[in-house]
Design a protein around this ligand. Structure first.
Ligand code: Y12
Ligand code: CO
Length: 179
């Protein structure tokens, strides 16, 4: 299954994702295809809506202390719910659906999450650091929220201007490559 990353300003990124009820082969195929898409795009987190599926599914693959990413560290979360959150932190975030833009976002420092794995087993995790930030970023996707929606008015304006300029440049470099 070949998946394409949906990019801002595609309206699908505003959709609320549905609860997953069937833990079947079709779900496993989607999870495996999402993993391939995330890794081939140099991502460390991906929500299903970013590949056009409005389902409460997300993947996290945080690199280790040597910056190496391994499938052993992959976390698949289905139907995640944050049950506790603590503290505050700020991190410069990026998103595969908003390429080439990074900005500081405020988040909870720690979160506790209940979720299901690919076979429907109930799991829970207490997260801090980059994992906590990534979980919050991806759960936002399930609710139709992008990290750019959390920026101040002036930062958001700056983003819209820079992003439009970048899209124009992308378009014109594609056109000149064809000529
Ligand atoms: C902290 C903050 C945000 C997250 C959510 C997951 N975000 C990503 O996985 C972002 C990946 C990303 C990858 C990019 O591609 C390369 O670096 C080659 C990228 O750059 C471009 O699109 C040009 C931007 C974002 C987790 C933890
Ligand atoms: Co994202």
């Amino acid at each position: 299954m070949k998946l394409t990353i949906v990019e801002y300003p595609d309206k699908r990124l505003k959709e609320k994702s549905r609860v997953v009820e069937k833990f079947d082969t079709e779900l496993h195929k989607l999870l495996d295809a999402m993993y391939e898409s995330m890794i081939s795009s140099n991502g460390i987190g991906l929500a299903a809506i970013q590949v056009g599926h409005a389902k409460q599914i997300l993947l996290l693959n945080i690199p280790d202390e040597n910056d190496a990413q391994s499938r052993d560290a992959l976390i698949e979360m289905i139907n995640p719910v944050i049950i506790e959150s603590l503290g505050e932190t700020t991190y410069q975030e990026g998103c595969l659906s908003v390429p080439s833009f990074y900005e500081d976002v405020n988040r909870f420092e720690r979160v506790s999450v209940n979720y299901q794995d690919r076979d429907g087993n109930t799991k829970s995790i207490d997260a801090d650091g980059l994992l906590s930030i990534a979980i919050q970023h991806e759960i936002d996707h399930l609710n139709g929220i992008l990290f750019i929606d959390k920026l101040s008015y002036s930062r958001r304006k700056k983003f819209e201007k820079e992003y439009k300029k970048m899209q124009k440049e992308k378009k014109s470099s594609k056109t000149s490559a064809k000529e």
